[in-house]
Design a protein around this ligand. Structure first.
Ligand SMILES: Cc1ncc(COP(=O)(O)O)c(C=O)c1O
Length: 420
């Protein structure tokens, strides 16, 4: 047996490779949450609006009973076995049907199971960008996009999300697409809509029309992939679900990728059930896409949570369970809508600056000094997350009866920080 020889210097330097030796520890959102919980345990009255899970007004987790019934229906033997590498075909078919019904997009879609929507974003990054290239997304974005990109030796570039009148900045998107094609010859555009995290913004019909025009034009320059991150799609208010009217207009022009997730849709954040669904520009390409996605599964998580995927398949395919889970989700969405309405009413009256917010787990209140706003709010015992350009407020975990306290603290925080 060999013996490890330790030199005195060896203890002074990390054995990690240099890029990994200086990683941050805790995720900042989880750290803020931990601090809020610690202060509450010490008896302080704390309002914690940091965490992205839907909580009931009594502060307990909102769950869907039908989902647990579906889990119980799965046999121990089936659950214990390895899942197919790309996921059970029935699961993928059910997800595709859930996304597109039986429309033309459904017959052209291929996919692979992923651990939540996070895994689907990872799949898109490693399969549509070369190492060293950057994904393109909005200036407000879900922080892990950067982590996923940098962890796989890719990067991130952003374009201004809002134009001065508060609408989606399609012009900025158009210029950014041109620039990225000039720089790297291919583009992966990541759009999180409806119910964008962190802003709560959903594209409206005009935004979609402009987006379709811009993407079609840009796609003539080279390979363009658009990843639609649908993490919160099932919590959009019915009037703000516009993508089904528009997305098909991009078929054949760009590669369309959809990050589908059961985390929010079935209130199963811990089950890690998701899928990366892709629609290529032709049939041959779809075979390549299917193979590439499967290869990445094998090269990372190998295969996903079999019990979770079988249960979600049951929920999507059994008419009775599906109807019950839809009804249970409708109730959760109503709970959220009540809070969204309360927030909008109070925040408008106090003239807080924030984007159009029609539904979804989060909203962002704009500020150029978000850290100061959040710090001032913490002094009042109210926790929100500072992000570039504002503070992210988790309406999903803020009980309706505390909305006034939340808006008061936001107003005080913005005043303390000075100019917007
Ligand atoms: C914008 C966005 N995309 C994707 C995800 C992925 O979540 P999951 O991996 O649990 O599906 C999240 C979760 O918070 C999110 O906020």
């Amino acid at each position: 047996m060999g013996r490890t020889i330790r030199s005195p210097e060896a203890n002074l330097t990390s054995h990690l490779i240099p890029t990994c030796a200086d990683r941050p520890g805790d995720d900042p959102i989880f750290s803020l949450n931990a601090e809020a919980i610690r202060r509450a345990a010490q008896g302080e009255g704390i309002l914690n609006s940091t965490l992205g899970a839907l909580m009931k007004d009594d502060g307990t987790m909102a769950v869907m009973p039908s989902v647990f019934e579906a889990f119980q229906r799965v046999s121990s033997e089936a659950a214990a076995a390895y899942a197919p590498i790309s996921g059970p075909p029935a699961f993928l078919d059910a997800v595709i049907e859930d996304l597109f019904g039986s429309g033309p997009l459904a017959s052209d879609a291929v996919g692979a199971a992923t651990p939540g929507g996070t895994g689907a974003c990872y799949q898109a990054i490693v399969n549509f960008l070369e190492p060293g290239q950057k994904l393109l997304t909005t200036s407000f974005y879900w922080g892990p996009y950067r982590i996923l990109a940098e962890h796989s030796s890719r990067g991130i570039e952003t374009f201004e999300m809002f134009s001065p009148d508060g609408s989606f900045h399609c012009e900025a998107l158009g210029s950014a697409l041109d620039k990225m094609f000039d720089q790297q010859g291919r583009v992966l555009l990541v759009l999180n809509t409806p119910c964008h995290n962190p802003t709560g913004f959903s594209l409206d019909d005009k935004d979609w029309n402009d987006l379709v025009t811009i993407v079609r034009r840009a796609a003539k320059k080279g390979p363009l992939t658009v990843l639609f991150d649908f993490a919160y799609a099932k919590f959009a208010s019915p009037g703000s679900i516009r993508w089904p009217r528009h997305v098909g207009r991009l078929q054949g022009e760009a590669t369309l990728v959809f990050a589908w997730s059961a985390s929010k849709a079935f209130a199963q954040y811990g089950a890690r059930v998701g899928a990366c669904i892709a629609i290529g520009t032709d049939e041959k390409e779809n075979t390549r896409l299917r193979n590439a996605l499967g290869f990445s599964c094998r090269g990372t998580w190998s295969n996903c949570n079999h019990l979770g995927m079988l249960a979600i398949t049951e929920l999507l395919c059994d008419p009775d369970l599906r109807q019950r889970s839809d009804a249970e989700r409708d109730m959760l969405r109503s709970l959220l809508s009540e809070r969204v309405d309360a927030f909008n009413e109070l925040a408008r009256a106090r003239e807080l600056a924030y984007p159009r917010y029609e539904g979804g787990f989060f909203v962002t209140v704009f500020s150029s000094d978000a850290k100061r706003v959040a710090a001032s709010m913490r002094e009042e015992g109210v926790y929100v997350v500072p992000v570039g350009g504002g503070v992210r407020v988790a309406i999903c975990s803020t009980p309706t009866q505390h909305m006034e306290q939340l808006v008061d603290a936001l107003v005080h925080g913005v005043e303390a920080a000075g100019a917007i």
